[in-house]
Ligand binder design. Structure first.
Ligand SMILES: CC(=O)SCCNC(=O)CCNC(=O)[C@H](O)C(C)(C)COP(=O)(O)OP(=O)(O)OC[C@H]1O[C@@H](n2cnc3c(N)ncnc32)[C@H](O)[C@@H]1OP(=O)(O)O
Length: 394
């Protein structure tokens, strides 16, 4: 019999180490645990027990998520692991049940996570809500076009100097794009420890002298010369982002620059004289979202100008969500009218931030069309100006 309960603070470290073991990592050293501890909120660290023995864990942290036209309270799910000798016996299912119930009780309309494998979370109602890409550029073969945006000044800082600047810059300019999530102090402490001391930070300031962008990057020498891994790059506008890329691609002695977890709509190739020098080597799922309270989650975002559409949502794991929703630019209501489209709640996640249009998911076999006239309206309702992007690991 599996029992799931919230852990006491004194149990957090064993849960953390269980999670690390599940990821095939060694238990944390004391200083690493000191940094990880801050991500453990009392009441949100769950443990699953089999005959009194801890066999699984899942944690959530209190956060928020930018959605089209607004923001919504969100539980950020992480630290999910089950002991390798106890898997496939329903331990994760028990943890997910308890966690989603808790998220609902806290009044958070959505939960979100980054998945270790793409086959785990759909059964619990999660779906891919944003994607990212990886880009690789050979520095010697890259040149910027004359009409690429020009920014201001870039200065290089070490972590100590940059540490107090980055949280403010991140918060100031990121909030608008769907997929943005908050980064608290514990996150910044954790990422610094995770990335290590080899990282440098480039900070961009615009014409007015205000800091409005940064890049966290790490030079690594290897067989083919030095590669700069760009772990985190954010800017207030295209000029700041282009200038940071111009800087990174101009560092002497560097052979290759690799941008990890970049937004799909970053126009890097458009800024180059030879667009093929920007190789997209991966497109992958970024943020997975679970609409825990479908009505509240749908109401948290805005919709494009179109006739309202009645969408039937199926939700086997949280059946209170099942039923029709009338979605229009004037708002969202529960509806008993004949549904025009029908989909699973995990598919709704793919529409939620604007990553996909309903018509694409019809072709994918994931949206059932009962009234063909409603499909174009649904596309216009869910379409967003900006491609969603999270770009924050947790
Ligand atoms: C947000 C994050 O933290 S992501 C990190 C997730 N953790 C890891 O990847 C660490 C390594 N893996 C593990 O710890 C475990 O295998 C877990 C957590 C993925 C799964 O735990 P389990 O207790 O085995 O899952 P459980 O037995 O409850 O399975 C529930 C369902 O998910 C399925 N499932 C579980 N894991 C997987 C998987 N890796 N791939 C495909 N299906 C899976 C099961 O088959 C079962 O299916 P069903 O609903 O058809 O019966």
């Amino acid at each position: 019999m599996i029992d799931v309960r919230a852990l006491a603070e004194s149990e957090f470290r064993s849960a953390h180490d269980l999670f690390r073991r599940a990821l095939l990592l060694a238990p944390s050293k004391d200083d690493a645990w000191e940094n990880a501890r801050g991500r453990h909120e009392l009441g949100r660290v769950l443990g699953a027990f089999d005959d009194g023995v801890l066999v699984g864990t899942a944690i959530a942290t209190t956060n928020e998520l930018a959605v089209p036209g607004g923001r919504v309270a969100a539980g950020a799910v992480t630290g999910v692991g089950v002991r390798a000798d106890r898997t496939r016996r329903g331990v994760l299912r028990g943890l997910m049940r308890a966690q989603l119930d808790d998220v609902a009780q806290r009044g958070e309309p959505v939960a979100m996570l980054h998945a270790s494998e793409a086959t785990i979370y759909e059964r619990f109602g999660y779906g891919v809500a944003s994607r990212h890409r990886k880009v690789e550029l050979e520095r010697a073969r890259v040149a910027f076009r004359d009409d690429a945006p020009r920014g201001g000044q870039v200065r290089v800082l070490d972590w100590d100097a940059a540490g107090s600047l980055l949280p403010g810059i991140y918060r100031r300019f990121g909030v608008g794009r769907p997929g943005w999530i908050g980064r608290d102090e514990a996150w910044w402490t954790g990422i610094r420890q995770y990335l290590g001391e080899g990282c440098l930070v480039a900070v961009h300031s615009g014409e007015d002298g205000a800091d409005d962008g940064f890049a966290v990057y790490e030079p690594k020498s290897g067989a083919g010369g030095t590669t700069v891994d760009v772990h985190d790059l954010k800017g207030a506008d295209a000029a700041a982002v282009a200038e940071l890329w111009r800087f990174l691609l101009g560092i002497d002695l560097v052979a290759r620059v690799v941008g990890h977890v970049r937004p799909l709509d970053e126009p890097l190739e458009w800024w180059l004289t030879d667009r093929r020098r920007c190789e997209v080597t991966e497109i992958a799922d970024d943020l997975w979202v679970r609409l825990v309270d479908v009505l509240a989650a749908l109401r948290a975002r805005t919709y494009g100008p179109a006739e309202p559409v009645v969408v039937e949502v199926r939700d086997a794991f949280l059946p209170d969500n099942e039923g029709g929703y009338r979605i229009g630019p004037d708002g969202v209501e529960r509806s008993t009218a004949e549904p025009q489209l029908s989909l699973d709640v995990s598919t709704l996640a793919a529409l939620y931030l604007g990553d996909q249009l309903p018509s694409t998911l019809v072709a994918a076999g994931r949206v059932e069309v009962r009234d063909p006239a409603a499909l174009a309206a649904a596309d216009r309702l869910f379409a967003t100006l900006e491609t969603p992007w999270c770009g924050t690991g947790f």
